[in-house]
Design a protein around this ligand. Sequence first.
Ligand code: HEM
Length: 309
Amino acid sequence: MRVTLSVVAKTLFNADVDEEADEIGASLTELIHIFPLLLAPYGEHLLRLPFPRMRRFRAALDRLDRTIFSIIEERRKSGRDEGDLLSMLLLAQDEEEGGGMSDRQVRDEAMTLFLAGHETTANALSWTWYALSQNPDVEREMHEELDRVLAGRMPTPADYPRLPFTEMVLAESMRMFPPAWWMGRLAMEDVQLGGWTVPKGAVVIVAPGVTQMDERWWPEPQRFDPRRFTAEGKASRPRMAYFPFGAGTRICIGESFAWMEGVLMLATLAQRWRVEITETPRPQASITLRPRGMRGKTWRRVSTRPRTG
Ligand code: HEM
């Protein structure tokens, strides 16, 4: 979480939040715990009640707001166009009515990106370490690719397309442990779907966490096998058998970012370190799928190739 938080803050907002990382992480955990309440009838009103849980929720929200508003304020003060996403939000003008966004609108956009842009990637990487530790043959094959392609040097974005097996490992990890394991759609009108009528106003949940374990497309679904994601493997399945980033007009806006970040992060760490899991994670399924209680030891790895620099 620390590393993906610092990546998203730096790349999208050119901000350093390392010192606040623990508090931000704790606030996020609080929000995630209480989120199911928001889905209940009158959920938003429940949050106003004077219970300790609700107070903690509001405090967590305030904590996140402080970080986001201070990033926005600093940038407004400097007035500089840093060419990053934050500057784009601040400089955006309404095409019809002119005028920029209010602080509140910028805050909402920034908060979405800030949260959506790091927790999911952190979960994906954590589950991947778990999967690698349970599948030494896969781990060996990935190390072999890293040693061959990188020969001990730090990966750069140019290496991303040269690490196909590492990408397959991440893909298979997100098949078995999709960080966003469900998503919802609201029917705007009556819809006929596979012989069913979905009435207007109904919420339809689609869940990668279910579809991606379906034996029709994923034989032996409990087996961790990155080779399912070779070009032939992919061509053999319907497109929607795998959708960790959603689909359609609301597909994850950060998908390409997440693939590149995930593969390069995995490559950077795995070429030097191995993780031995000492406490098996329990899936904690809330908004996202977290590996709860996972603990491990890290071991320094010796590359099979000599270092070149
Ligand atoms: C492994 C990492 C990630 C996963 C699994 C993931 C997954 C998802 C999913 C399933 C959705 C909902 C799509 C839908 O409803 O159909 C979504 C939306 C979104 N994601 Fe991601 N995401 C990841 C990383 C990122 C990153 C790195 C960013 C930003 C840089 C990001 C920003 C967003 C935003 C802004 C939305 C809302 C898009 C909209 O409603 O139009 N995500 N993501």
